[in-house]
Design a protein around this ligand. Structure first.
Ligand SMILES: NC(=O)c1ccc[n+]([C@@H]2O[C@H](COP(=O)([O-])OP(=O)(O)OC[C@H]3O[C@@H](n4cnc5c(N)ncnc54)[C@H](O)[C@@H]3O)[C@@H](O)[C@H]2O)c1
Length: 386
């Protein structure tokens, strides 16, 4: 008999992508599906051959069969669903953001500490192939000192489910900011942010937020880098972009203007001793392409195929389908980190404190924007001083 984990995937929009990955993980025994939509439950359940289907989240929590939940319901459910699962003794993986309110973050930290179970925020950006390449270069010293960082997430949400109307952009900051925080190993001390532009009345919804776009400067605790982040969900005419550029004293990586192209790598050249004769000043940079790889060697064999476009053979006998592997091939890495942390009884890499740091910075940035750029001090969550 398998001693593997039993995991429920909650919310089958984005959540569908994780179902075959959990099924393929060697340490997972059984997968359950949870969605309020019976149509989605049926479609995804039939496609992947999952019999355990729930329309009630509470029923999953009450059922001791399930060791863990991966929450991919809309953002407004993240905090309450996390708290309920931790209090029911389940391990929790949750899509970003951890919460949209500082009090909820505190409550989750307390509940997790009391639960003895693991919590991980499933931040895709720091498991993407591009981030892995930049982090490897930074750790190896080839970027030099990190002196400038620009994070950006522009995504037009017109026509999305109505709960996205007026969503405060900075409250979804983690994709654009967390690469800087993971590279520097620190959190944000304080933030100054502004809202730019104005939402139309019919774009505000119940949110009360009027800013389609927010820009912020984040002063780090114990590091000289000041990341700059732009977040925009409405009224900025450009295709989707979600990434970061990291500039170092020796080399820099710049996110491509067109999503899915390869980032550029700039390497600063020595001053040419004959340069003065030519009238040129300043050091030049060599421009190349960042070399990325999928990090498949880090994954169990059975998960490796999910880093790129993969084939699904429907359990109900339909014709094979192809699914794309979004977010830089991060999904199998996220699943493996979450499952491995539970099996090993250790905190995941993006555990409760890190998740709190990455999320709170954006909540405080929105508060700053609402208050016309007032400096907002971000709560500190680490017990050890930096
Ligand atoms: N890169 C990333 O990390 C990334 C990408 C996309 C989405 N997300 C996050 O994943 C979550 C889901 O996003 P989405 O685009 O699939 O949203 P969606 O609204 O398209 O789909 C959500 C799904 O959850 C179901 N649902 C709604 N309320 C529920 C409830 N109370 N209990 C259980 N199921 C419920 C819906 O029926 C639907 O199937 C969001 O929080 C989003 O922020 C993260």
């Amino acid at each position: 008999m398998s001693t593997g984990l039993n995991i429920a995937v909650v919310g089958l929009g984005f959540g569908e992508a994780f179902v075959p990955i959990y099924q393929a993980h060697p340490d997972v025994n059984q997968v359950a599906l949870v969605d309020i939509s019976t149509e989605r439950l049926e479609r995804v359940g039939d496609l992947y051959g999952v019999d355990a289907r729930f329309t009630s989240y509470e029923d999953v929590l009450a059922d001791r069969t399930w060791d863990a939940v991966h929450i991919l319901a809309p953002v407004s459910f993240h905090a309450n669903y996390t708290l309920a699962a931790l209090r029911a003794g389940k391990h929790v993986a949750c899509a970003v953001p951890m919460a949209t309110d500082l009090d909820d973050i505190d409550e989750i930290l307390e509940a997790q500490a009391a639960s003895g179970t693991q919590y991980m925020m499933m931040e895709t950006s720091v498991y993407a192939r591009e981030f892995r390449a930049v982090e490897n270069m930074y750790r190896a010293g080839t970027l030099g000192e990190l002196t400038l960082y620009k994070g950006v997430h522009i995504q037009n949400l017109d026509g999305y489910p109505p709960y996205w109307l007026g969503f405060p952009p900075m409250q979804y900051i983690t994709h654009a900011l967390s690469p800087a925080l993971k590279l520097t190993g620190t959190g944000v001390q304080d933030v100054v942010a502004y809202g730019t532009g104005r939402l139309d009345e019919d774009q505000i919804g119940q949110s009360g937020n009027v800013f389609p776009t927010e820009v912020g400067l984040f002063r780090l605790a114990g590091h000289d880098l000041v990341p700059e982040v732009t977040m925009s969900f409405f009224k900025a005419a450009r295709p989707y972009i979600e990434g970061f550029s990291a500039y170092g004293s020796k080399a820099s990586v710049e996110w491509p203007v067109v999503e899915k192209e390869t980032p550029l790598l700039y390497e600063l050249q020595d001053l040419d001793p004959d340069q003065a004769d030519t009238g040129l000043r300043g050091r030049r940079s060599h421009t190349g392409q960042l070399e990325v790889d999928n990090g498949t060697e880090l994954l169990p064999e059975s998960l490796r195929r999910f880093v790129e476009r993969y084939e699904v053979r429907p359990a109900d006998g339909g014709a094979p389908l192809w699914k794309s592997a979004e977010h830089g091939g991060s999904h199998p890495h996220l699943v493996d980190e979450f499952v491995s942390s539970i099996v090993a009884g250790r905190a995941p890499e993006v555990g409760p404190v890190t998740s709190a740091e990455w999320t709170a910075a954006g909540i405080c940035a929105h508060e700053s924007a609402v208050n016309g750029g007032e400096r907002v001090v971000v709560p500190q969550y680490r017990s050890n001083p930096r």
